[in-house]
Design a protein around this ligand. Structure first.
Ligand SMILES: Cc1cc2nc3c(=O)[nH]c(=O)nc-3n(C[C@H](O)[C@H](O)[C@H](O)COP(=O)(O)OP(=O)(O)OC[C@H]3O[C@@H](n4cnc5c(N)ncnc54)[C@H](O)[C@@H]3O)c2cc1C
Length: 330
């Protein structure tokens, strides 16, 4: 497709690369399919081992940037450390995962580099307009095509849109580790700690009934719990929207940044079917989706599509199986 330089900014978590980083590698390979291999930058505290690992498994050249201040992510220190290297490399494309780190870092890097910033990319295209990108907007209702108007572009890649890169059997890439210049930022993060536990009853469930923002209000979780209760090994799942609203804890979240599940039956209630949600439940054996919008993306992967208001459908279903109740709210 092109021969210009492509740089990937790797993301680390718990001592290894995130899945999203491997997906960005696949994205960058497609972007540069007719040209040079991409290069990877790894910011962190001690990254030599990781740099050697990814250079070996991907065959891509790697630059590690080390500093005490890069142990925990902060936009200030990462932006400053990465920019020093990027200016020397002069890439046409800088690619990051569309994760909390990626979409925090990308706009600032784009400003510093005088680059376009295109976020949550789902597809790459090339025609007489040159190379351009597409993404979903407004909960998957709209697909937008974005053509960069600058020579440089900073891109974030939507989790789940590309398959994680597989190990390459060819020669390893080169590794260079540099020390970041001191004084990377005006503040320093000294601690991060998990505030929620990922383990939940979802692990052993045969049937998962998942609530999305379309349930409308927290009280309607009562009918979701009742529906899950019909099944002996039923459990309640949720989209991230429901967890962000505080209606359910994050241990219920299914999707790219939540749990990956593959139950016998998955019932999606008022869930639009964003790619990040689907990536966590697409291996369910059977999917039933209840949604008022006949064009909701979740219907694209559902075996049974129920175009109905869930606040009418679920109580009627509960009534039918003898679990109806005057009060279905929690
Ligand atoms: C980096 C990143 C990671 C992410 N990780 C995850 C993740 O792990 N999991 C996840 O779920 N999301 C994740 N997201 C968020 C994701 O992009 C979507 O925003 C989210 O999944 C949308 O949740 P939803 O479907 O509940 O809400 P919405 O998109 O608002 O959809 C609500 C749906 O309910 C329907 N509806 C409304 N009223 C009714 C009714 N009365 N009856 C029936 N249907 C009704 C609507 O038609 C709509 O389709 C992530 C996003 C990013 C950027």
């Amino acid at each position: 497709m092109m021969k210009e330089k492509i740089v990937i900014i790797a993301e680390l978590s718990k001592g290894g690369f995130t899945r999203a980083t491997h997906e960005v590698i696949s994205f960058a390979r497609e972007l540069g399919s007719a040209g040079a291999l991409p290069e990877i930058i790894i910011p962190g505290k001690n990254v030599r081992g990781l740099a050697e690992e990814i250079a070996r498994t991907s065959g891509i050249d790697v630059i590690g940037i080390e500093a005490e201040a890069l142990d925990l992510y902060s936009a200030e220190s990462f932006r400053s450390a990465i920019l020093d290297i990027l200016r020397d490399m002069n890439p046409a494309y800088v690619c990051l995962p569309h994760s909390a780190m990626g979409f925090d870092l990308a706009p600032g890097l784009a400003v510093d580099l005088g680059a376009a910033c295109i976020t949550a990319v789902e597809e790459i295209h090339e025609d007489e307009k040159g190379i351009y990108f597409s993404k979903s907007m407004w909960g998957g209702k709209i697909r937008a095509e974005l053509v960069p108007m600058t020579q440089r572009v900073v891109l974030t890649v939507l989790p789940g849109a590309w398959t994680a890169s597989a190990e390459e059997s060819g020669p390893a890439g080169t590794v260079r580790v540099v020390k970041a210049s001191p004084g990377l930022g005006a503040s320093e993060i000294t601690l991060t700690e998990a505030l929620w536990e990922r383990e939940s009853e979802l692990s052993g469930a045969d049937v998962i009934v998942s609530a999305g923002r379309g349930i409308g209000k927290e009280e309607n979780l009562g009918m979701i719990r009742k529906l899950a209760g019909i099944f002996s090994r039923g459990a309640v799942g949720a989209s991230r929207s429901v967890c962000d609203l505080g209606w359910l804890g994050y241990k219920h979240q299914i999707g790219f940044t939540g749990r990956t599940v593959s139950p016998g039956l998955y019932i999606a209630c008022g869930i639009s079917g964003a790619i990040q949600h689907i990536s966590g439940m697409k291996n369910s054996q059977m999917v039933i989706a209840i949604n008022t919008d006949p064009h909701a993306p979740i219907f694209g992967i559902a075996d049974y599509c129920i175009v109905e208001d869930l606040t009418k459908f679920i109580p009627a279903l509960l009534e039918l199986v003898g679990r109806g109740d005057a009060s279905i709210s929690s």
